[in-house]
Design a protein around this ligand. Structure first.
Ligand code: KIV
Length: 294
């Protein structure tokens, strides 16, 4: 496996469109805290997405909709401390941009000012286009997200592939173009048939980042917990597991518990010494003291 060399500065946002032109694939992964942000950076990832998938992977909810602004701010702030070179994109949680353009700008500004995000991601088209325009107008870079948009999974009839009829595929293409015109610097395509995603990718000048949308997208994203085997729920078919860490972590925790219970941990090497004379003075003092108390 190869990784990009670590560089000192932040990846310029404008490099993403150049990467698309050069047909150099863009790598995005979710991260939700300092260690995951730091590891993604060290692995040469281009974009760290602090996804609202955190509601499920980190916070234990059944869906993404309960994620709050305050939770997302805290997670983004931690991930941004670790991800120095990658662009850090904060996912705007359900409720943070649906009501009005003003709400969207207020909440996106929080991500930039309080959490150190470089950009935000918004799900959907329709009213989202006006939000994207408002955010770009306020100087905040926006990533779009089309196809299976988990915040509207109920309206979409569940966690299903999208754009599987000619008219729905055309709608996706139109939506992607509208988001590009609104100033989005990239568009995530989730669970879109590969040939449809390929066509959208061809038609846009900004990069598409695919998840379950085939290899012709300009980049790919996976959820950290899915790709590392940290999340024990059923993974969607588009997930490739690059490690199976949950059983390893559980085995290590079981080993620790057994060592504590048997007295095998801590060993000599895990403890600190005290000079003999200090120890004697301490022990005699404490004996004398406990003797007095008794
Ligand atoms: O929240 C998230 O992790 C996402 C990715 C799946 C694109 O939106």
């Amino acid at each position: 496996m190869t990784s990009r060399p670590e560089t000192a500065g932040k990846l310029p946002l404008t490099d993403l469109a150049d990467m698309k032109r050069r047909r150099e694939r863009i790598v995005m992964v979710t991260a939700y805290d300092y260690p995951s942000g730091r590891l993604a950076d060290a692995a040469g990832v281009d974009i760290v997405l602090v996804g609202d998938s955190a509601a499920m992977t980190v916070l234990g909810h059944e869906s993404t909709t309960p994620a709050t602004m305050d939770e997302m701010i805290m997670l983004t702030r931690a991930a941004a401390r670790g991800a120095k070179r990658p662009l850090v994109v904060a996912d705007m949680p359900f409720g943070s941009f649906q009501v009005s353009d003003e709400d969207a700008v207020t909440n996106a500004v929080r991500f930039v000012k309080e959490a150190g995000a470089d950009a935000v991601k918004l799900e959907g088209a329709g009213p989202t286009v006006s939000r994207a325009l408002a955010l770009v107008g306020a100087g905040i870079p926006v990533m779009g997200h089309l196809g299976l948009t988990p915040q509207s999974a109920i309206m979409l009839g569940g966690f299903k592939a999208q754009g599987r009829t000619a008219s729905k595929a055309n709608q996706l293409l139109d939506d992607a173009k509208t988001l590009e015109q609104a100033g989005c610097f990239a568009v995530v395509l989730e669970a879109v048939p590969a040939p449809v995603a390929a066509r959208i990718t061809e038609e846009l000048t900004v990069p598409t980042i695919g998840i379950g949308s085939g290899r012709d997208c300009d980049g790919q994203v996976l959820v950290y917990h899915d790709l590392l085997g940290l999340y024990q729920g059923k993974a969607p078919r588009f997930v490739k597991r690059y490690a199976d860490l949950a059983p390893e972590i559980q085995a290590a925790l079981e080993h620790f518990a057994a060592d504590v219970r048997s007295g095998a941990f801590p060993g000599e090497e895990h403890t600190y010494s005290i000079p003999e004379d200090e120890l004697e003075a301490f022990l005699s003092g404490s004996k004398a003291e406990s003797g007095t108390e008794a």
